[in-house]
Structure formats: C-alpha cells, structure tokens
Design a protein around this ligand. Structure first.
Ligand code: HEC
Ligand code: HEC
Length: 219
C-alpha cells in the first residue's frame, strides 16, 4: 500500500515536472522582453503572443523556426490597432537557438493552451477544384485577405500585402483548428488586433481555412 502511494506520488511528480518545467533559456535569452507567455500583463508591441503556442503551431515548424528563423511579418510588428509603420524588412533577424535549446523550448511552448479551445473543428478533406476556386474568390475579392497577406497566384508566384503575416506555407506552420478559431473568433486570442473582425460563419470559415492550408510551395 505504502509502496503504491510512493509510486503514484513519484509518477505524479515526474509528469508534473515534464509538463510544467519552463526551460531556463526563456529567461536567459529574454524571450519575455518581446513575447507574452500568459494572457496576463500588457500585450507587447515587440513580438506576437505565445501563450497559446500549443494551439497555434505545428511542433515541427517551431523546432525549425527557433533554430533557423525566417521572416513571417515583413513590417515592424505592432499588436495595437495602429497602422503599421510601413518600414519593410524592418524586423531584426530573430535570435537563433541551438538544436537542444530549440527542442526544450518547443516542448514547453507546445504545453501552452487556451483553457477551452475546441479541437477537431476541421476535417482533413482538401477542397475540390471547384470549392477551391470559390474559396479563392472569398480570399481575394470578397474579403480582400490578399491585400494584407501574402499568398500564391495561379502560376505559383508569391503575391499579396505585407501588413499581416505571410500565409505562404501556413499549413506547415499553423494547426488547422487554430486557423479556424482565429478566423471565427479572433477575440479569443487578441483583445485588440489589426486584422478586421469579419464575423464569419462556419460555412465561410471552413473553406477559407482549407484554402489557407493549400497555399504551399513545399510538399
Ligand atoms: C527582440 C525581441 C524578441 C526576442 C528577444 C524574442 N523574440 Fe520571438 N519574435 C519576435 C518578433 C518580432 C517575431 C515575429 C517575427 C516575424 O513575424 O517575422 C517573433 C516570432 C517568434 C515566434 C513565431 C511566432 C508567430 O506567431 O509567428 C516564436 C515561436 C518566437 N518568436 C519564440 C521566441 C522565443 C522562444 C524567444 C526566446 C528564446 C524569442 N522568441 C525571443 C521578437 C523577439
Ligand atoms: C487590413 C489587413 C488584413 C486583412 C484584410 C486581413 N488580415 Fe489577416 N491578419 C492581419 C494582421 C495584422 C494579422 C496579425 C494579427 C495582428 O497583428 O493583429 C493577421 C493575422 C491573420 C492570421 C494568423 C496568422 C499568424 O501567423 O498569426 C490568419 C490565418 C489570417 N490573418 C487570415 C486572414 C484571412 C483569411 C483574411 C480574409 C478573410 C484576412 N486575414 C484579412 C491583417 C489582415
């Protein structure tokens, strides 16, 4: 009986420390100077929020990004509803971590979730050719998403605005459920964002999400 309690206690301790241990690098590298790791505190202007990273990112992308960062937002990041400052390529290159650091931090980031975000909102079925054409019309003409986000034209060339994050290869970076919730209820993530709130219904959000997942230059 006592041995049982000790084993249970031990397992509990181990799992708790695996889930909650925050890697030292978060403090040492000053990640908090530019990112929020909890929804408390003021939204920072320096970098995007990470307190729902586990809902948002694919772990494979995170691990790669933290070792060899790429530019996703070409204009200075402003989380306010201010207009972007318009200086292109103004972001400093993001700090890069070693493979081990990146793995530790990615494991940790993947444990950060919003308390009650529904999962399995999106099925895996890609859009048919006709559905994709309809979704492209929504993305480009009806809502003008292309004016702020980079996507691909018919011959696969990158085009689109720069005031929002690039959506090229977003399917290798973002979880489909997260895109769904972001488009449906952005306020769950950001009290004050620069993207217009479109008030979309699920019938519009689902094809837009699948369309975003299809904007790819890589397999
Ligand atoms: C000097 C400010 C600064 C520091 C320090 C910093 N970041 Fe960033 N981070 C940024 C900015 C700005 C972006 C947006 C880059 C882009 O979109 O091109 C970013 C992007 C990210 C992203 C992708 C987020 C998204 O939504 O696209 C992750 C993940 C990330 N940082 C993690 C970290 C971690 C972990 C650390 C500490 C090891 C760290 N950052 C330190 C400024 C910073
Ligand atoms: C006026 C510019 C603008 C328009 C139009 C716009 N967006 Fe955005 N979008 C943004 C900005 C800016 C962000 C980053 C969030 C922020 O800073 O508030 C964003 C974020 C996103 C993200 C999350 C990307 C990430 O990596 O964090 C997705 C997905 C997205 N938008 C899709 C769309 C779709 C689909 C439409 C059309 C229905 C659209 N956007 C229309 C400016 C825009």
């Amino acid at each position: 009986m006592r041995a049982g309690i000790i084993v249970v206690f031990f397992l509990f301790r181990v799992s708790v420390s695996l889930v909650w241990a925050e890697p030292d690098e978060i403090d040492k590298k000053g990640c908090r100077d530019c990112h929020r790791f909890s929804s408390e505190g003021k939204q920072t202007k320096e970098g995007p929020d990470l307190f729902y990273a586990g809902d948002k990112f694919l772990k494979s992308w995170l691990k790669e990004f933290l070792q060899s960062p790429v530019v996703i937002r070409k204009v200075v990041y402003v989380s306010d509803s201010d207009y972007p400052t318009g200086q292109l390529e103004a972001n400093q290159p993001h700090l890069a971590l070693t493979k081990e650091e990146s793995e530790r931090i990615s494991d940790f980031l993947m444990t950060l979730h919003l308390p009650s975000l529904e999962i399995n909102k999106m099925d895996e079925e890609p859009l048919s050719k006709g559905e994709r054409e309809q979704a492209k019309i929504l993305f480009e003409r009806k809502f003008g998403c292309i004016s702020c986000h980079k996507a691909l034209n018919l011959v696969g060339k990158v085009r689109g605005g720069v005031s929002g994050p690039s959506l090229v290869n977003a399917g290798l970076r973002l979880k489909s459920d997260w895109i769904f919730h972001w488009l449906k209820t952005p306020k769950k993530f950001l009290s004050k964002g620069r993207m217009p709130v479109f008030d979309l219904d699920e019938e519009t959000v689902a094809p837009l999400t699948k369309y975003i997942l299809s904007i790819r230059t890589k397999p």
